[in-house]
Design a protein around this ligand. Sequence first.
Ligand code: GCU
Length: 432
Amino acid sequence: MISRFLRTGTALLLVLGWKALAVDKIPINEDESKVPPYTLPDPLVFTDGRPVKDAAAWQQRRAEILELYRTHVYGRTPKGLPRKKATVTSEDHNALGGLATRKLIHVPLLWNDKGPALDILLYLPNAAKQPVPAFVGYNFNGNHAVTTDPGVPLARSWIENRRENFITNNVANEQSRGCEASAWPIEHILARGYAVATIYYGDVEADFAEGWKQSLRGAAAKGGTNHVFAPDEWGAIGAWSWGLSRAMDYLETDSAVDGKRVAVIGHSRLGKTSLWAGAQDERFALVIANESGEGGAALARRWFGETVWRINASFPHWFCGRFKDYNENVPALPVDQHELIALMAPRPVYVASAEDDKWADPRGEFLGAKHAEPVYALFGKFGLGVADMPAVNTPVGGTIGYHIRTGKHALTAYDWDQYMSFADRHLTKAGQ
Ligand code: GCU
């Protein structure tokens, strides 16, 4: 008995020990000269080998790629989830010193109104004479973190402890108000004629391995918190993306917003999320992935920075179970991220990198965008328009935008300026 216990114990330790060791033993490369050659799947060839010759055939190939992403990468959204009515809980026409109208909108996500819900914070420019285009995206620390506006209620959902944001007990507090404001230059965005809608991503899922149990995925799962996810059931990125679509449902009904001109934006893990949201929901007229890296715009097959294996080890809840099958065999993955970007076609899409953000693989992000070009060409759309990576702080692009700016991993005012200029060009009103 004792020896059996010891044996099991040792085996367990070995397994646990191997796992713990594995995360930092997972081979990582950040040397360009060491990137091995790789072959990308061709977005313009069906799985059965037939070529995709025109835009009509692309629609079928698009459905095939989307399905591959559901099966192997992000997982599938459960069927039959409700679309609940949104309630505007507050409206102030004199927000931000009279520059904006601030609306707070509550959207229950499931059948039970007391279950998970989105709290959308929407600012509309008061200067607008007609419905405006809008940016919608998640924030990392709560709506109250994107501004010092005292009219924004503190987030109610679980928040990651970050000492620099004064969060120590996973609960929002007054001290953390405005801690993420540098990523959301709201006044500037409004002055350029856009509305801004943001939501705390933790409203949809608390971002830790077991966070689903207290969040949407747990509440929606048949087995509740005992649920065992099938290999192709949605992960957190799937749930977050679905939440963005529910925000879009609301924006379409707000007469101050032009629902045909809504851009979805996200940084980093939330950039992965905006890409997956834009792929599944074609109502997003423009998709922006800021430094989205592995599982976002960066090619998975390029061995540089974060890898499939590493991301699955560090964040096992982000992707579907089957994605783990590719940890040590990325070439077997039936898709690569240029195909995710291509799913936006013919809509405009913007990919951005930062020079010091090696972890996200800037060149891999650029190449993700570059290899989506043939799909845009099918629609007669001009893609990036450059053969190789542009110099830092030199934005390029036609229908696919790209820049690499100096500095580190962050969403900055510089990034927003490029996105707004891109949106000015592409989110023009029908017929303009
Ligand atoms: C980690 C993770 C990245 C992710 C980033 C973020 O660095 O490895 O994949 O993009 O967090 O979301 O900030």
